[in-house]
Design a protein around this ligand. Structure first.
Ligand SMILES: [Zn+2]
Length: 229
């Protein structure tokens, strides 16, 4: 039972409320065959786009995995779709929280192949720039960076080998979180634990890190424990 919002004649719902649509409206477009399926990233959020022979855009959050899905006219550009998704950001957040909270009770983590590919693409795009920026500041760089699905950590570092691992989910989140985790793990190349030395280095390099960490620990992008280690 996905919630559906149409691209026109629907005012944005007030925060904290869930819009109600007559059910019959959601069936016509849903039955149209999918001409093309793709994934776009809107402010760090993976959005599945289903191109169909329809006149309007429709947005829904799938009950499984809280994937955001937009059905759109076949010839509509990605930018228009992204703008539509942005205009519904508040509604999407409410829906996703609701679904993910429910899933979290059963501790289910749902990744779709699409979401995985999109998340990996995003991280691989951002990583070279981040490393180039932080290498001279931190003064050490990882010997290797691997991206993988992790359920208990946002990232990890093995100082002895210089290897850093990043949680694939970071590719679905705001860029600042990936940057924080990269700097956090690079800092472990100097300091193993999270003691005074680690904190002093982080304070010097990324003064806002405590705020980002707090925010990160409140993230509900996917129901997984959320402390970089
Ligand atoms: Zn750590």
């Amino acid at each position: 039972m996905a919630e559906v919002v149409r691209s026109h004649d629907r005012p944005s719902p007030p925060r904290g409320t869930i819009p109600v649509m007559p059910r019959r409206r959601s069936t016509t477009h849903a039955r149209r065959p999918v001409l093309h399926e793709s994934t776009i990233i809107v402010d760090g959020l993976a959005v599945t786009v289903l191109r169909k022979r329809i006149a309007n855009m429709y947005l829904r959050v799938r009950p499984q995995g809280a994937m955001v899905v937009v059905s759109a006219p076949a010839d509509l550009g990605d930018e228009r779709i992204a703008a539509f998704v942005r205009s519904k950001a508040g509604w999407i957040t409410v829906q996703r929280s609701r679904i993910l909270d429910a899933e979290a009770n059963g501790d289910v983590l749902v990744w779709t192949p699409d979401a995985e590919a999109a998340a990996r693409r995003v991280i691989e795009q951002r990583l070279p720039g981040l490393l180039a920026r932080w290498r001279p500041i931190v003064g050490r760089s990882p010997s290797a960076v691997t991206i993988r699905k992790m359920t208990t950590r946002w990232g990890s570092c093995t100082p002895a080998t210089g290897r850093i691992r990043l949680n694939l989910q970071l590719g679905l989140m705001e860029p600042k979180f990936l940057e924080y985790v990269v700097v956090h793990e690079m800092t472990h190349l100097w300091a193993r634990g999270h003691g005074e030395r680690f904190q002093r280095l982080m304070d010097g390099w990324l003064p806002g890190w405590r705020g980002v960490r707090r925010e990160m620990n409140r993230q509900r992008v996917l129901p997984s424990p959320s402390r970089p280690c």
